[in-house]
Design a protein around this ligand. Sequence first.
Ligand SMILES: [Zn+2]
Length: 368
Amino acid sequence: MSGPLIIIDPGHGDVDPGCSYEDIYEKDIVLDISLYQLKRFEELGINAVITRYSDIYLNPDKRTQLVVDSKSIYCISNHINAGGGKGCEVIHSIHNDGKLAYKIFNKLIETGLYPRRVYSKESTQYPGQDYYFMHRNTGSCITNIVEYCFIDNQDDRERILKNWKIYAEQVIKAFCEYIDHPYENKTEYIDSVNNLYDCGFITTPSYWIQSDSYEIQYFEELVLNYTGKNNFDESIIYLAQCNIIDSPNYWLDNDTYSVENIQLFIIKLSDNIEYFEFADSVYTLYEYDVINSPYYWIDNASYEIRYFEELIINYTNKSTFEDGIIYLAESNVIDSPEYWLDNDTYSVENVRLLIIKLADNVDQFGEA
Ligand SMILES: [Zn+2]
């Protein structure tokens, strides 16, 4: 009988909290990450176990014994770092080639985590053996210690609190690639369906989550809801214009679509909800002749002030930008005219939010 393929080890626990920042403890973050990974391995059909399911204390001997006794081929030991550095580290045994460690590291830094290092460390006390007990005392198990980031670095800390699930998933992805196991992330799809439901684009999430084929009319309905257009082809072209989909021809030329492509499409729609709102607003202003090149506004990450001023002047039909802003404030379209009057530069975000507001109110001004 073969043992599990992998054992996940959430570092620390109970009286050993690991590193911390205010009331944020390493032991809790790595437990969340590890339980998530355990669930994901199960979903993917990979036989996985874990050293602790809850906030309990395991001394090094007990912890490594659990790994050895499990007879797992691989172990991933999850940790958070501290001590003034930044970024992620993966530590492999001095007896291992580090290939899996690099796979994990590369997948983690893809997400924007700062690439600190992949390394191994020999013990000075036990020459020829590993420095870390998780490597030294886990026998033939291929153990990698993953230090996701530094809790005492503000940027790292904000990232791990917000993105821990993404990082946990990246490790899964790396592992699947390494052992050549088919990878799929249904969780991402389910989250997307729920997100579209929350935003009112989907009415029955269970249909989208549980079915293994979709009726084309429901799919078309979803796309029409999202774009606000009256026909499917028009919607597809529009989504391509907004850079939300890459290959409109697939959707225009076929009568049936694969379940996989529909699910990927739905993930894209969900990922782009906010951006789409902006793009949608730009097109609305384009239809009303307030702006003449939608691509400029949609594709750029910064805007020239004179084009922005021109837009405001066009929209309000006033002769100066200042008059336009005052007029918009008087008409209750904007709340803080001072921001626009007192500054010489504006954040892209604020410009986009204003454009969304202008589009929302275009009926009021469109006649002007
Ligand atoms: Zn630790």
